[in-house]
Write a protein of this length. Structure first.
Length: 228
């Protein structure tokens, strides 16, 4: 009999505890909901309290008094960034225009990467023409080599900030010779496995692998001396 009484008391206590926990959780949810509710609009508060709105600044007048951007500010506001323009041209199917936008954004690494993607897409369409395929593959290779020349992270060479990298003479850099048989592809991070297979089939295997800065060590040393 005593055992049954203890069991009944235990069940009652458990029920009470569960109810209290449930009630506490409900109150906590309601309190959290109240905290995240947005405040009512200020206009309604002013009307409800009978306060005049004459002290509020005239937003339209403020906008009219704000001077319009002029000169270089106006030009930068009207021209979208290169990523936005690139997306627009891709959507329109203008691959040549998209590639030109990428080249205008050099030496940004992302611009080099997007250029390689575009050239690689065009390369797939030129499979029926050996001459066009060779031309597109060389363009892809030189783009990847130029990107590595400007963004090499090996400890052998000085690491440049983005601002100093922008001061490099890109016209001269793009005219540097990048011979496949001497440069190879092992250190070109933008070259993919399918690119290498195609290089092997068209150009054979390179005699060695090195970085573009190693290949053009003297040019890079002179460039660094001018930048630093």
């Amino acid at each position: 009999m005593l055992a049954l009484l203890l069991i009944a008391i235990t069940i009652a206590l458990l029920t009470l505890i569960v109810y209290c926990l449930h009630r506490y959780q409900t109150m906590e949810v309601e309190f959290s909901a109240d905290r995240i509710l947005p405040l009512p609009p200020l206009d309604k508060d002013l009307k409800r309290q009978g306060k005049p709105r004459s002290n509020r600044p005239d937003v339209k007048a403020t906008k009219r008094r704000t001077p319009a951007p002029t000169g270089r500010q106006a030009a930068s506001a009207d021209v979208p960034n290169w990523q936005t323009r690139l997306a627009e041209l891709k959507q329109a199917g203008d691959s040549a225009g998209a590639l030109a936008v990428c080249e205008s954004a050099y030496p940004a690494w992302g611009a080099f990467n997007q250029a390689c993607i575009l050239i690689r897409s065009h390369l797939r369409l030129s499979q029926n023409s050996a001459k066009q395929m060779d031309h597109d593959l060389m363009r892809l290779y030189r783009t990847a080599a130029l990107a590595e020349l400007l963004h090499d992270k090996s400890p052998e060479f000085v690491h440049l900030t983005a601002r100093r990298r922008q001061r490099i003479d890109l016209k001269t850099a793009r005219q540097l010779d990048m011979p496949y048989l001497e440069l190879g592809y092992a250190y070109l991070r933008l070259i993919r496995k399918q690119d290498i297979k195609l290089m092997h089939s068209l150009w054979g295997r390179p005699g060695k692998h090195q970085t573009p800065r190693q290949l053009h060590r003297d040019w890079w040393r002179n460039t660094i001396s001018e930048l630093l």
